[in-house]
Write a protein of this length. Structure first.
Length: 166
């Protein structure tokens, strides 16, 4: 009798385990080509400035939308590709305050398939932009963050969140 119960439990357990297989999902489409999505001509549409020290202290106006304070709509950013890889960039500030200390040079990313940082380089000068989101067919915006730190202490001072549209 015990052998029958044991065999029954073993059979049920075997059926349960055999029925537990991960579902296979078909790909929805081709993977997003982030380099192609980032490349092209972008116009600055929104600028959010965060005063890091004020934010640390809990001051009420630490984060401000400064888009309308300056003519940011005149700023244009261009990322070029060469054989599908990052190559050159150009920033035309127009009458807007500059968003980086350089206006042209080469650009690279930390990971071609899923970049987090864009590095802009001109001679010995390097600036890093952190990606806030990839442009895609649903959201055609390029979002980047640029931070400013105190050179002596490396303390975070100001954070700029830029949003670009084509």
């Amino acid at each position: 009798m015990k052998a029958i119960h044991f065999l029954t439990i073993l059979l049920v357990a075997g059926l349960l385990f055999a029925g537990c297989r991960p579902d296979s999902y078909e790909p929805i489409g081709d993977p997003n080509d982030n380099m192609t999505a980032i490349s092209g001509v972008w116009k600055l549409t929104k600028v959010i400035q965060t005063d890091a020290e004020s934010q640390r202290k809990g001051f009420p106006y630490a984060v401000e939308d400064i888009t309308t304070l300056f003519n940011y709509a005149s700023l244009q950013l261009t990322f070029n590709l060469s054989s599908g890889a990052p190559s050159t960039f150009a920033i035309n500030n127009g009458s807007a305050p500059p968003i980086t200390g350089i206006t042209s040079g080469t650009w690279t990313v930390d990971d071609v398939k899923a970049p987090k940082n864009i590095t802009l380089k001109s001679g010995a000068v390097t600036e890093i932009m952190t990606l806030g989101g990839y442009p895609n067919s649903v959201n055609g915006k390029l979002k980047v963050k640029v931070t400013r730190t105190d050179a002596a202490t490396n303390k975070l001072l100001i954070v700029y969140d830029y949003e670009f549209s084509r």
